[in-house]
Write a protein that binds this ligand. Structure first.
Ligand code: C2E
Ligand code: MG
Ligand code: MG
Length: 774
């Protein structure tokens, strides 16, 4: 059960218990109070009736003695022994008559006796004060007929009496009364006992004095009631009854009793014990206790259950969290190197940047890419590649401080975050340190190897303030570092960004150009410098944008190389050249071989020899009509791997030319190993050989090398007759250049081939520019 529901249920149950308690208490108090008040009132009624009974008894006795010929005769003076004979203690005590007063109509007291305070067995005379008081009442004594008054009371100096008065007549009651006989009883303990027995409640009688003041102190509500009740004449008996509810265990009912003149004379107090209420209270208390106990048990059970499920939930939650933490730790670590991975970097870099900002110290992000790592995997296998990566990771870690971060981003890419730098210049030395550390040979499965890293660097806060941006800037810098040749490090600058954007745009434009047929091929003739005949053509790609603008190969070929698009472009050029050759062949144009420039990427990625033989077969041309030019620097890269591709091409009858010779590599030993036929002297040497003795010496040396290795020699970029003559004089066999012919459109080239067919041109060898814009 949810905690909230449980709390709500408990609160509701508690509220219910309290409500039950309050409501039952109120109902109980109200109804029991009513019942008990009624009970008290009934007791008072019974007490009043008991008093009335007392009066009635006296009435009977008084009638027996007063309406009797004997007493009649006594009043008339004829029966002087009447009193002694009939009204002695023996006769009176059983009837509990304590006062006898007989007076004639003139007010003369004939008998005035009382047992009150009299010696045992005797009667005494009433005191003069008592007689005076009785005399005052004489006027209002009720006649002897009619109903007996509720309480016939008189206050005498020595106490209150209940009495009855009858007229003295003959036994036959025919004549008029001649005197009045009053019998009375003092309200003493015996009467109180009788009243108590009748009312079944304890009774207390409180007497008022002459001034109407009670002989004992009364509760204030009773005094107030008496004040108003005492002054008025009651309409009925109940008007003189008042019930006082006390807080204690009893309830009191007061009845005001008046004398025959209507003055308050006695207060009858009935004390009713509140048994019902006490019982009710006890019952309710028990109900509440039982409910509360039930509730407590319920709460305890629920709490135990809740506690159990809560503990289980806490345990499950803790286990889940631990699992999550473990998974997160694993997800943030590279299993191969043990280094944190890209996910971790993304998580912590914002925090590291904040810290750098707080401590106002620069932070540098070094994006490292291993140069030609693919070759390691290709040549030694992935297992060795993995081992090498693990060693590299250790080296990187040892190059930086413990608080710096080394991350493997994936593949052969790493990121090093260096912090707490005194200044940015330190970053340079860290990059150099990393390069030097990786340059030290590493032993992998018995093979010693070293790697060179390209490093792009962005610095916080100069190059950006958010992690994404800094990573991007470092990546851009890395791109340019690679572009500069491998093994370099490059700091990010905004210009790099612009250059990169331009490159990206150029790349996209190239893709569109491939689809939109914007490329074409121009052909530059290559001449035999002795015979002045065209011995071959060089196919050169041309790109005219949709707006008619000319984009030179020097601009887009490097970008195509970098992006890999050169493979597609190269394939297109090859096919176009083959199509042209087949077209010329069909038109019987005197054919010469065509040199196609190829990129090292083509050698690496496609089975070039297969493609060439396929095309030759498809289009019906001889494969040996195709020559291939590869730049010296490209030929040097991984010459072993290229060797096979070049040999395969050669087996087809194709020739291999080393382009831009003299600019690429210092060692010439590769010339021995590669299957090459021709060297093309870079036009930089040709340009200055007439004016610069050094360049002339280099050209001479190249001629010597070519001769000694049995290689054909072609000079590029001949722009003047002097250059041509000098080259011819040095023994260079062939030449190419604007002086001889610019690159020509295919049609113009065909015309030229027709024109020059077999004709030596002598001194007039320069050609008319058939199509200067080509
Ligand atoms: P390259 O293979 O060395 O081509 C010769 C370049 O020299 C051509 O430039 C050509 O127009 C230029 N040239 C010819 N005679 C003279 C001269 O007398 N003086 C001067 N200053 N230049 C001369 P282009 O066509 O702009 O090509 C530049 C480079 O682009 C080529 O150098 C080649 O490396 C590359 N390239 C051109 N077409 C292709 C292609 O289809 N595939 C590949 N991979 N590279 C190509
Ligand atoms: Mg070339
Ligand atoms: Mg060249």
């Amino acid at each position: 059960m949810p905690k909230k529901t449980l709390i709500a249920a408990c609160a509701a149950a508690l509220a219910l218990i309290v409500a039950v308690f309050v409501v039952s208490w109120a109902i109980l108090f109200h109804s029991f109070s009513n019942i008990e008040a009624e009970e008290a009132r009934q007791s008072t009624v019974r007490a009043r009736l008991a008093l009335q009974t007392e009066a009635r008894e006296l009435q009977v006795v008084a009638q027996d003695n007063g309406q009797w010929d004997e007493s009649y005769a006594y009043v008339q003076g004829e029966r002087p022994t009447f009193v002694d004979d009939n009204l002695g203690r023996k006769a009176l005590d059983p009837l509990d008559v304590q006062l006898i007063w007989l007076f004639d109509d003139s007010g003369r007291a004939l008998v005035k006796l009382t047992t009150h305070n009299a010696p045992a067995g005797k009667l005494t005379e009433l005191s003069p004060e008592t007689l005076r008081t009785l005399g005052r009442y004489a006027k209002v004594l009720a006649p002897d007929s009619g109903p007996v008054p509720t309480a016939r009371l008189m206050r005498l100096p020595d106490g209150v009496i209940v009495f009855s008065a009858v007229r003295v007549r003959r036994t036959d009651r025919l004549g008029p009364g001649i005197a009045t006989l009053v019998f009375g009883r003092y309200l003493d303990a015996a009467i109180v006992r009788r009243i108590e027995a009748a009312s079944q409640t304890p009774v207390n009688l409180i007497v008022f004095d002459e001034r109407g003041v009670a002989e004992t102190a009364l509760p204030e509500p009773v005094t107030n009631w008496l004040r108003s009740a005492g002054s008025r004449t009651p309409q009925k008996a109940a008007d003189d009854t008042f019930v006082l509810t006390r807080r204690g265990p009893t309830l009191a009912s007061y009845a005001l009793l008046r004398d025959i003149e209507g003055r308050p004379v006695l207060l009858l107090v009935n004390e009713v014990s509140r048994v019902a209420l006490q019982l009710g209270k006890r019952t309710i208390m028990w109900i509440v206790v039982v409910l509360a106990a039930g509730f407590a048990v319920l709460v305890a059970v629920l709490l135990t259950q809740l506690n159990k499920s809560w503990r289980a939930r806490v345990l499950a939650q803790r286990q889940w969290l631990e699992q999550q933490r473990k998974m997160s730790r694993l997800a943030r670590r590279d299993s191969l190197t043990g280094l944190p991975n890209r996910v971790h970097l993304q998580r912590v870099l914002p925090r590291l940047l904040k810290r750098a900002q707080r401590e106002r110290s620069p932070l540098a992000l070094l994006y490292i890419d291993l140069d030609h790592f693919k070759n390691v995997n290709d040549s030694l296998g992935h297992r060795s590649g993995d081992k090498l990566l693990a060693t590299i990771a250790q080296r990187l870690r040892s190059c930086v401080a413990a608080h710096d971060l080394v991350v493997r981003m994936g593949g052969d890419e790493f990121v090093v975050v260096v912090m707490l730098l005194p200044d940015e210049k330190v970053v340079n030395s860290i990059a150099e340190r990393i390069t030097a550390a990786l340059a030290l040979p590493m032993d992998v499965d018995g093979v010693r190897m070293a790697v060179s890293p390209s490093i792009g660097i962005s610095v916080f806060p100069e190059d950006g303030s958010d992690p994404e941006q800094l990573l991007k800037q470092a990546d851009i810098a890395l791109y340019h570092a690679k572009d500069r040749g491998r093994g370099h490090h490059q700091f990010f600058t905004p210009e790099l960004n612009t250059r990169l954007r331009e490159r990206v745009e150029l790349e996209q434009a190239m893709r569109r150009a491939l689809e939109g047929n914007e490329f074409s091929v121009a052909y530059q003739p290559c001449y035999d410098l002795q015979s002045r005949r065209v011995v071959s053509l060089e196919a050169l790609i041309r790109w005219r944008g949709p707006d008619g603008s000319f984009i030179p190969p020097s601009r887009f070929i490097p970008v195509a190389e970098e992006s890999g698009l050169i493979v597609e472009i190269g394939a297109w050029v090859l096919r176009d050249v083959c199509l042209q050759l087949s077209e010329w062949q069909r038109a019987h144009v005197p054919l010469v071989p065509v040199s196609v420039n190829i990129s090292v990427r083509q050698l690496e990625q496609v089975p070039l020899a297969n493609i060439v033989s396929g095309l030759a077969q498809e289009l019906g041309i001889d494969a040996d009509l195709l020559h291939f030019e590869i730049t010296e620097s490209a030929a040097m890269q991984n010459s072993e791997q290229h060797l096979g591709s070049l040999q395969a091409l050669r087996r087809l009858g194709s020739r291999i030319l080393i382009d831009d010779f003299g600019t690429g590599y210092s060692s010439l030993s590769y010339l021995k190993h590669l299957p090459i036929d021709t060297l093309k002297i870079d036009r930089a040497f040709v340009r200055d050989m007439v004016s610069d003795a050094n360049d002339a010496a280099i050209v001479r040396a190249i001629v010597a090398v070519a001769k000694s290795l049995g290689l054909q020699l072609v000079a590029e970029g001949i722009e003047s007759a002097e250059q041509l003559d000098s080259l011819a004089a040095l023994g260079c066999e062939c030449g190419q250049g604007f002086y001889l012919s610019p690159p020509l459109a295919a049609d113009s080239c065909a015309a030229l081939l027709w024109q020059l067919r077999g004709q030596p041109r002598g001194a007039d060898h320069r050609l008319r520019l058939l199509n200067p814009s080509a």
